[in-house]
Design a protein around this ligand. Structure first.
Ligand code: ADP
Length: 473
């Protein structure tokens, strides 16, 4: 489908909504008109029938009181009074023969319906009939009634007046409908435009964003309607995208920076190896340095891969039953010699016998990262302590507390970002991924890692882990 076609006026939501609105309005108006029309025609017919029946009553009374001659005279007078083109009367024998009538010059084409007379003779008190005169476009309502034994009155009344009322009603309806449908289309268009204008603003913002400006946001008019909700969701999504883009940019800058140093060093070693002749020991030393730099690079790349795989859920966590006491004691034993070498006291307080289900290897890695940092950033003479407890939600809480260099309020919110390293720790080895990985592992288990710290007073890192990994992790 071409872009032009997609954006054609006929395909717009506003046009379709208007069409629906006007269409539904027209259909419901037509139904209302039809019902009204049926009501009017039935009321008019009932009134006509009532008039015809009252004529029969009058004729019967005249016949009874004054005899047949008076009736014949009455026939003539009544037709004259009402108008010879409006009504006619015939007096018939049961054979259908008309022995007397009003002036019938206008009604010559109306005969006597045999079936009506048969019905009367079978006992019906009266029979109604409608005759349509096509050449004059007139309808005549006719009543047959026995006014005395052996005398039938046929009385007919033109419905021309009624037809004219109905015709006028139809004309008024068509004109009113045309005006109302026009109005409905106008109102529908206005309403549809108002409804979609918010969507258009969002579309315009999205278009300008695809043109390269991630800073733009959709204005929210605080009406609290669906469009505002959409705009808010859209803006939140943009905030998230902007954060992600900034993070990706920062991360790629950091990766480039962190890759540059070891690669430059490896290149330097290779260059020195090539330029002067060296002793075998020197060559061995250079090879060892190259391996060391390569290991550093590999460690960095592997940690990055681990973070992104854990975050995206590509690496499924294994679910093993882990005794927290054993896990923490093992980690402390592993780091004991390193702490001792540095002159840092490492103490382990594990009275809690909790068990949890999780990925043992990952949790060990997380705890090792925190212990490694605690010892690394605590000067000689300081202390690191590890303890285990449970919070009120019965989650396992592992705390790694040190009396080390601590963190400034500026660094505190950023230390879990990838590649972030505080200025005072640049002298220490590290790549700035340890805490990021620790938090990713904790979150993959449905928990978290948090920190409280004060500069030059030490830091406390707290791992919280639920005993079971939540279903969505
Ligand atoms: P690194 O490899 O640099 O240790 P991390 O992601 O583990 O990377 O830590 C990020 C930064 O947070 C560190 O560079 C350091 O500045 C700071 N940090 C981490 N742990 C501690 C701690 N226990 N005491 C003080 N600073 C810490």
């Amino acid at each position: 489908m071409s872009l032009k076609k997609t954006h054609s006026f006929w395909n717009t939501l506003a046009f379709r909504l208007t069409l629906w609105y006007a269409g539904i309005f027209a259909v419901s108006s037509c139904i209302a008109f039809l019902l009204f029309y049926m009501l009017i025609t039935s009321v008019i017919r009932q009134r006509t029938d009532q008039e015809l029946l009252s004529q029969v009553v009058q004729f019967s009374a005249v016949l009874k009181a004054r005899g047949l001659d008076a009736v014949e005279n009455y026939v003539f007078l009544e037709a004259q009074a009402a108008g010879v083109k409006k009504v006619f009367f015939r007096l018939l024998y049961p054979s259908g023969y008309a022995f007397s009538s009003s002036n019938m010059s206008y009604w010559e084409d109306i005969g006597v319906r045999k079936t009506a007379i048969e019905n009367l003779l079978r006992g019906s008190s009266h029979v109604f009939d409608t005759v349509i005169l096509r050449d004059r476009q007139d309808r005549v309502r006719i009543l047959y009634a026995l006014i005395s034994p052996g005398i039938i009155l046929q009385v007919g009344q033109s419905m021309d007046d009624h037809s004219r009322i109905i015709e006028a009603f139809k004309r008024i309806f068509v004109i009113t409908m045309a005006l109302l449908i026009g109005l409905a289309a106008g109102v529908g268009w206005f309403m549809a435009r108002r409804a979609v204008s918010g969507v258009e603003t969002i579309t315009r913002t999205a278009q300008s964003i695809s043109g390269g400006t991630l800073e733009k946001r959709v204005p929210i008019e605080s009406r609290g309607n669906e469009i505002d909700q959409l705009a808010m969701t859209f803006n939140q999504m943009l905030d998230r995208i902007q954060t992600l883009v900034t993070e990706v940019k920062e991360m790629s800058d950091n990766i480039a920076h962190d890759l540059k140093s070891p690669i430059t060093r490896i290149r330097g070693i290779a260059e020195v190896t090539l330029t002067n002749e060296k002793s075998i020991d020197e060559y061995e030393g250079m090879a060892a340095s190259t391996i060391e730099e390569c290991d550093r690079l590999l460690d960095m790349i592997n940690t990055m891969l681990m973070i992104s795989k854990t975050e995206s859920g590509v690496d499924r966590l294994s679910r093993e039953e882990i005794g927290v006491e054993g896990l923490v004691r093992e980690a402390c034993e592993l780091f004991e010699p390193i702490a001792e070498d540095k002159g840092v006291t490492l103490s382990c307080h594990v009275l809690n016998k909790s068990h949890l289900v999780g990925d043992n290897r990952m949790i060990q890695r997380m705890l090792s990262n925190l212990l490694d940092n605690a010892i690394k950033y605590t000067p000689s003479g300081g202390a690191v302590s590890v303890s285990v407890s449970e919070n009120d939600k019965r989650d396992v809480v592992i705390t790694v507390k040190d009396t080390g260099v601590g963190l400034s309020p500026n660094d505190l919110p950023r230390i879990f970002e990838r590649f972030y390293r505080c200025d005072q720790s640049r002298s220490q080895p590290g790549i700035g991924l340890g805490l990021s990985l620790a938090r990713t592992i904790a979150r993959a288990h449905g928990g978290d890692v948090t920190v409280t710290s004060a500069l030059n007073q030490g830091s406390t890192f707290t791992i919280t882990l639920p005993k079971l990994i939540p279903a969505q992790s």
